[in-house]
Design a protein around this ligand. Structure first.
Ligand SMILES: [Zn+2]
Ligand SMILES: [Zn+2]
Length: 314
């Protein structure tokens, strides 16, 4: 069973918690200014001249021993290093390189229409599988999946980035806006991503033939009509959202509910469903999969207050 990891509210303690949980992290300055490489790792000097002391090497093969060289390649789970880093700079944010952690992250940026793109994307490929989610300090959303093991297109849709080669900041890092990143569903709890990168978002040549997923034999809610799934190009229904929650597993129940609740609020705002109907159905579904009433209520309500690009534009 997947168990969430409690992340303390202070950056130095949080950094230690991630490292102890096996997440490779590195320091990111609040203004994102990079740390300088040591002399033998610096290819070009500040005056743009080639550095005679530079020893050619790949960042992943670096043996210089200076713990801040090569940006995110310095990421580590080594506790003494992590302690020393945040002892030196208690306000440093916590960066996690995606690929080095085996993650691929769907990064939704509201400033560039990311939520609208997400809606359009889900209407085309279906509801994305529930997974670990983070609300970014910039009102965006990170969906963390297990890496498919090869590179993904960088920014396939406006406001949506597939982060694989890059890094993300982890809660409770502070965004330039002053808002902290936080884990969705249960704030302060990090669940290691265990859901595979969605098959529907793989490059065509990498797709495997899929087998139809059997529906549970006994289902307390009406199933979506045939062809009514988002993959069929239709707007999704309360039943689809309920199915999404019912399909979640132990490790991602909260995030699945949060995800469904976000969609419900969006659709309700557009007058496409009755929020009270969705609320009742989703809370019942949450109960059916073993979430407590207060956990479910919290997820549903935090989806209501989730910042969205639409509200911001209004
Ligand atoms: Zn170095
Ligand atoms: Zn180096």
């Amino acid at each position: 069973m997947k168990v969430g990891i409690t992340i303390p509210a202070e950056l130095p303690a949080a950094a230690e918690a991630y490292a102890a949980a096996g997440v490779k992290i590195f320091r990111v300055r609040p203004d994102k200014a990079p740390y300088k490489n040591c002399r033998r790792c610096t290819k070009v000097l500040p005056d743009q001249q080639p550095n005679p002391k530079y020893v050619p090497h790949r960042p992943e093969d670096c043996k210089c021993g200076v713990s801040t060289c090569h940006g995110f390649w310095a990421a580590t789970t080594d506790l003494p290093t992590v302690r020393r880093w945040w002892n030196e700079e208690p306000h440093a944010n916590i960066g996690a390189p995606c690929k080095l952690n085996g993650w691929a992250v769907l990064d939704i940026d509201p400033r560039n229409g990311g939520y609208a793109s997400l809606c359009a994307l889900e209407q085309r490929v279906g509801v994305l599988p529930g997974t670990t989610m983070q609300v970014t300090g910039g009102d965006g959303l990170h969906l963390l999946y297990r890496s498919p093991g090869f590179d993904l297109p960088g920014e396939p849709f406006p406001g949506i980035d597939f982060k694989h080669n890059g890094y993300i900041l982890l809660a409770p890092s502070v965004h330039v806006s002053g808002t902290r990143y936080q884990w969705a569903g249960a704030p302060g709890i990090f669940v290691k991503p265990s859901t595979a990168w969605p098959e529907t978002l793989l490059p065509r040549k990498e797709k495997q033939p899929t087998l139809p997923r059997p529906r549970p034999a006994r289902h307390p809610f009406p199933a979506a009509p045939a062809g009514g799934r988002p993959g069929g190009g239709k707007m999704w229904t309360v039943a689809d959202l309920v199915q999404h929650v019912m399909d979640s597993h132990q490790g991602n129940r909260n995030s699945s509910l949060y995800f469904a609740a976000c969609r419900a609020h969006e659709l309700a705002e557009q007058g496409l469903l009755q929020l009270a109907d969705a609320e009742q159905a989703l809370l019942s579904a949450a109960d059916a999969i073993g979430l407590t009433t207060s956990e479910a209520r919290h997820s549903f309500d935090s989806a209501a207050t989730r910042p969205s690009d639409r509200r911001r534009a209004a």
